[in-house]
Design a protein around this ligand. Structure first.
Ligand SMILES: Nc1ncnc2c1ncn2[C@@H]1O[C@H](COP(=O)(O)OP(=O)(O)OP(=O)(O)O)[C@@H](O)[C@H]1O
Length: 256
């Protein structure tokens, strides 16, 4: 589904990503791990079109998408979850979901004027989809609560819900476990798994929580110093001496 070939991101002489090559198979949940500063977020920025690589290519569903920007990739089904924008905190959970769908007829004043009926029916469809999404995430009870008042875990679930409002095929999740309590973490994991198994979403997730990586991800790609150190199943990666060395090079050593 996604092929990265010799990707390099050079920040004024410092290569944060330094020749990354790997493939993501359709239907997989690929875990991206590595010590702090390994280049994971930069690589996500490259895949999502937020940064242009210095060199190398990115192919998505067979197409060279290297020069494309985030919004173009979004329309092709490559979606990155972001924190709920600050200005959306005053909107309810339901409204946050309803704001997502791209290219609604209602977006243009002119098309509004000429096709009022179509706009109305689209709004009804979007609301229905938003309610279904809340139900899937077991968040129906907070539909009318302001997003800013939700817990960390509920916000993460809602962010996942925002991707479900699009025609996402490949979803990039940046540290979904961060700041989420254990109970909601299990729920978040089970929803990611369901979206993958039953709805066919492919995921790449950056995560420092090794329990989540072990539970969800196959394969696991470990990066260090801008390069792919090794990829394979969790046990293979975890027991690789180079991986242990890379993590022990930082203070926490939390790979093991
Ligand atoms: N815009 C930038 N300009 C210069 N250096 C940058 C820039 N963005 C990132 N870097 C550097 O690139 C390296 C990789 O950073 P990146 O955020 O990709 O790592 P990471 O693996 O996501 O780390 P973490 O797990 O701590 O989030 C770091 O040394 C960082 O300081």
């Amino acid at each position: 589904m996604l092929e990265l070939d010799q990707l390099v991101m050079d920040f004024s002489g410092f290569k944060a990503v330094n020749g990354c090559t790997f493939r993501v198979e359709e239907g997989s949940i690929t875990g991206l791990i590595g010590p702090n500063g390994a280049g994971k977020t930069t690589l996500f920025n490259l895949i999502a079109g937020a940064l242009q690589p210095t060199s190398g290519t990115i192919r998505f569903l067979g197409e060279d998408v290297t020069p494309l920007a985030s919004h173009q990739l979004f329309h092709k089904g490559l979606v990155r979850t972001f924190q709920i924008p600050h200005e959306f905190h005053k909107l309810t959970a339901l409204e946050n979901l309803m704001m997502v769908p791209p290219a609604q007829p209602g977006e243009s004043l002119l098309s509004n004027w000429f096709s009022w009926g179509r706009v109305k029916s689209t709004e009804v469809d979007v609301e229905k989809k938003a309610y279904e999404t809340l139900e899937f995430l077991e968040l129906t009870h907070i539909a009318h609560q302001r997003a800013g008042n939700l817990s960390g875990g509920q916000k993460k679930l809602l962010e996942l819900g925002r991707t479900m409002m699009t025609s996402a095929k490949l979803v990039l999740l940046d540290e979904p476990a961060a700041g989420v309590n254990r109970t909601l973490l299990r729920k978040l994991e089970s929803k990611i798994e369901l979206l993958n198994k039953e709805r066919g979403y492919t995921f790449i997730l950056i995560e420092h929580d090794m329990e989540m990586i072990e539970k969800l991800c196959d394969p696991v790609v470990c990066m260090a110093e801008g390069k792919v150190l090794i990829q394979g199943d969790f046990q293979t990666v975890r027991s690789n001496p180079q991986v242990l060395e890379a993590y022990l090079g930082e203070t926490t050593g939390d790979a093991a």
